[in-house]
Design a protein around this ligand. Structure first.
Ligand code: DC
Length: 224
């Protein structure tokens, strides 16, 4: 059995920080698939396209060379046509572009193989929105990580403030709702819990408790 773990859930549920921590403790590779969609979102923004520019984004795809690599510290880096865009894709305005382009079926198809290749030999914890349902439907362990809207907005706001933003929880909540509706309401590969996923609600758990719960699921499934 390949040790592949799919983690899906809405934004701000703590997927990336938990998956990254679990991967580093257990010697697995953490794959952040949101970063790939963010890279396409960045390309669309840089091309000066507005949100919803389906035809233009599709026309842009053949010009995009997107690569994922790991640096000496094991951190995932994203490259767009040879340029390291790992920091640029984290700008808050890119979140909405990523969500926007991710609703286009052609964009999802364009990025699919890259994600599957990463998991082909096993040993990955991959997070996103459709990993358990579409990208890795055979993953032996699927976790749907969620938390209440408010808890997610509070965590995300704290994270942004640590990076120097002066956001308010209300603003973050508003953007998060738009993005969640977009990600859950789209026709192709919407955010949805796989039938065989385990639900992990972290609303009442702190980071350490959430990590312990995730590691317990991994231990039960793989003995790691
Ligand atoms: O995980 P994130 O917030 O960095 O993802 C950015 C956007 O990318 C998210 O709003 C939806 C999209 N996405 C997706 O559609 N499918 C994935 N597997 C991962 C992300």
């Amino acid at each position: 059995m390949l040790v592949n773990i799919a983690i899906d859930g809405p934004s701000g549920a703590g997927k990336s920080s938990l998956a990254r921590a679990a991967a580093s403790e257990l010697g697995l590779i953490y794959v952040d698939t949101g970063a790939i969609y963010r890279t396409v979102g960045l390309a669309s923004r840089r091309a000066g396209l507005p949100l919803g520019a389906h035809d233009e984004v599709v026309a842009l795809l053949p010009e995009l060379n997107i690569e994922m690599a790991y640096d000496a510290e094991g951190k995932q880096r994203m490259y767009l046509n040879g340029e390291d865009v790992s920091d640029a894709i984290r700008e808050p305005e890119i979140s909405m572009y990523a969500s926007d382009v991710s609703a286009f079926p052609e964009v999802r198809a364009f990025l699919m193989q890259m994600q599957r290749d990463m998991a082909a030999r096993g040993g990955v914890i991959m997070d996103g929105r459709d990993i358990g349902t579409v990208v890795l439907p055979d993953a032996p362990l699927k976790v749907f990580l969620t938390a209440s809207e408010r808890a997610r907005a509070e965590r995300r706001c704290l994270e942004l403030r640590q990076k120097g933003s002066d956001c308010t929880v209300e603003e973050v909540l508003r953007d998060m709702r738009i993005r969640d509706e977009n990600d859950s309401g789209r026709a192709v590969a919407p955010l949805k819990m796989a039938d065989d996923a385990v639900l992990l609600d972290t609303s009442e758990l702190d980071f350490e408790q959430s990590l312990a719960a995730l590691k317990q699921l991994i231990k039960e499934k793989f003995g790691l």
